[in-house]
Design a binder for this molecule. Structure first.
Ligand code: SF4
Length: 278
């Protein structure tokens, strides 16, 4: 199998085919990430991709960039360490909804608050795919999973709203159906100085789809298409019209000094004091 010119500098094609099921959205996100790297002319050896556990956590297996495969829910903790140690690197943390929003929720909140210059790319398929389709913190209330066969008794939260509340400087959403938007948002998120997050609603036809009458990947794509509404148009909808709709695009942008630039200033003060005290 030969990679296209847009992705060949980043794709470890010896390891193909990918681990993911047919119709999974993860391949679309990975392809968009590599296309974004290529459009931004980022050298692979200056990129670090950090992953956690889960189906999306396998993404680093297929990349020629530097990579670090961490423990469940801790991708942002590892990514924070990498960026703090070498602020010149481009650092991405790839996580699923189980990894980022559920097991890793605490790390997510504090990476956003700290404003570390890392881009979180969250493949949100509304369940824990790799371990058998259990419900997560983003599984819509009343929907069906392997651990909620009569309907999810818990309420979900909107991960982008949580990111804004935690002070993420750049918050955006796309779906795997909207690939042009997805690549554009990836480029914006990576370019943003400070913590950026891109939530991608992604197909898991094998578990979430099958439990919710969408076991055909095409049905899942039609679902993404029918739900997504550009942010500006979404704001004009009434509360009733918003039911079953999801805003996509850039949802929030707020420039503020990132962790590394603030930390550099503190280092300068500390070094000056140390010199003055001699
Ligand atoms: Fe994708 Fe779901 Fe299969 Fe995991 S279980 S690879 S998320 S389709």
């Amino acid at each position: 199998m030969r990679a296209s010119a847009q992705v060949s500098a980043y794709l470890k094609d010896d390891d193909l085919p990918v681990f993911w099921c047919s119709g999974c959205g993860n391949g679309i996100i990975l392809n968009s990430i590599m296309r974004a790297f290529n459009a931004m002319q980022l050298p692979p050896n200056e990129i670090v991709v950090v992953t956690g556990i889960g189906c999306w956590g396998k993404a680093d297996d297929y990349l020629l960039t530097n990579s670090l495969h961490g423990t469940h829910g801790r991708a942002l903790a590892f990514a924070t360490g990498v960026k703090a140690a070498n602020p010149d690197l481009t650092v991405l943390a790839l996580m699923g909804d189980g990894d980022c929003a559920t097991i890793g929720g605490n790390h997510f909140l504090h990476a956003a608050r700290r404003n570390i210059d890392v881009t979180a790319v969250v493949s949100n398929n509304f369940n824990y795919g790799m371990t058998g389709g259990q419900y997560s913190a983003t599984t819509p209330a009343d929907s069906y999973t392997s651990t909620s066969v009569y309907g999810n008794p818990e309420g979900e939260f909107d991960l982008c709203e949580v990111g804004v509340a935690a002070r993420a400087g750049f918050v955006a959403r796309s779906t795997v159906y909207h690939v042009t938007l997805l690549q554009n948002l990836l480029q914006k998120a990576i370019s943003h100085e400070g913590f950026s997050m891109l939530e991608v609603h992604s197909s898991c036809p094998v578990y979430f789809g099958r439990y919710n009458q969408m076991n055909d990947p095409v049905q899942m794509m039609k679902w993404w298409e029918s739900r997504a509404v550009p942010q500006k148009r979404y704001e004009q909808l009434s509360e009733d019209e918003r039911a079953e709709k999801v805003p996509v695009g850039v949802l929030h942008e707020e420039p503020r000094p990132d962790f590394s630039s603030r930390y550099r200033k503190i280092q300068e003060v500390a070094q000056r004091r140390a010199r003055d005290s001699k």
